[in-house]
Each structure stands twice: as C-alpha cells, then as structure tokens.
Design a protein around this ligand. Structure first.
Ligand code: MG
Length: 171
C-alpha cells in the first residue's frame, strides 16, 4: 500500500510543475512584449522543462499505481514592472519549488519509501541547478542590464539556449 501523504504530495507536485510552466510562459510573454527575444526564449525553455517535470511526476504515479487527480491550474498572479522583477520572481519561485520537493522527500523518508526517494534524487539535483541558473541570470542582469549594448549581447546569449529533454527517463 502506497503511503497516502506521499501520494497526495506527489499529486500536488504535478499541479505545481504545470503552474511553473504557466508562470514561465507568462514571463516569456512579458519579454516578447518587450522585444527581448533572447530572454523570451530562455523562459520558453524554462516552461518546456516544467511541463516535462509535471509529466515525470504524472508518469511516476501511474507506473506505481497511484491514483492521479488533475486539479485546476492557477492563473499566473505576478505583475512585472521591470525586467528585474521577472528574474527575481523566477528565483523566488524556484526556491518555493525546492522547498516543495524537499517536503515530499521528507515524507517519503518517514514512510521508508525508498523508491520515491530515489525518484526524487534527480529533482533535488535539478532544483539546485534551477536556482543557480536563476541566480546567474540576476547577476548578469545586475552587471550588464543598464547598458543597452550589453543588454543586447546578453539577449543574444540567451537566444542561443536550446531545449533538451530531461535526463531522467522512467521505465
Ligand atoms: Mg520544475
């Protein structure tokens, strides 16, 4: 019998990951409007990765015969007045998701659910990377964001980011 608390948290995580995708789409939308296509690209790839995360939780639950209940996805609720607001909201959101993944891990640990712990290992590492990427972007923006030429270069750099499928493959 699968632990009920762990199952409920996994189910909630599907929603949180889809919400993340929605939030990043909103950020993509902000930068499209601004005419910063590189930044827009960066957030589009973030959105694609979040959709992948949602599907990994979904697939993990199905593979383990845990009932999935799909809930409504909340509307992105942030308003962005300037570029840096978006970047900072992105980092804050990743910190929120890290805490959420850690909370599932803690319940899985208490329940001696080693399989879920192993599944979550990939996400623990992934969250570390997500936070680093968000922080790096803020640093670059602080350094170069105020000068139009440098902003142009940074936008070009972010335009080069390409999507790649997650390294975690479930059987
Ligand atoms: Mg995610």
């Amino acid at each position: 019998m699968f632990n009920k608390k762990v199952a409920a948290l996994l189910n909630e995580q599907i929603n949180k990951e889809f919400y993340s995708a929605y939030l990043y789409l909103d950020m993509n939308n902000y930068f499209q409007d601004r005419g910063l296509d590189g930044f827009a690209n960066w957030y589009m790839i973030q959105a694609q990765e979040e959709r992948d995360h949602a599907m990994l939780f979904y697939q993990y639950m199905q593979n383990n015969d845990i009932k999935v209940t799909l809930e409504a996805i909340a509307k992105p609720d942030k308003t962005f007045k300037k570029d840096m607001d978006v970047l900072k909201a992105g980092l804050e959101h990743e910190q929120f998701v890290t805490a959420s993944i850690n909370a599932i891990y803690e319940e899985a640990y208490k329940a001696k659910d080693f399989r879920t712990m192993q599944f979550l290992d990939w996400f623990i590492k992934e969250q570390g990377e997500e936070e680093t990427n968000a922080r790096d972007l803020i640093t670059k923006m602080e350094l170069f964001g105020n000068d139009p030429k440098s902003l142009y270069m940074l936008n070009q750099e972010l335009k080069a980011r390409v999507y790649s499928a997650p390294s975690l493959v479930l059987d």
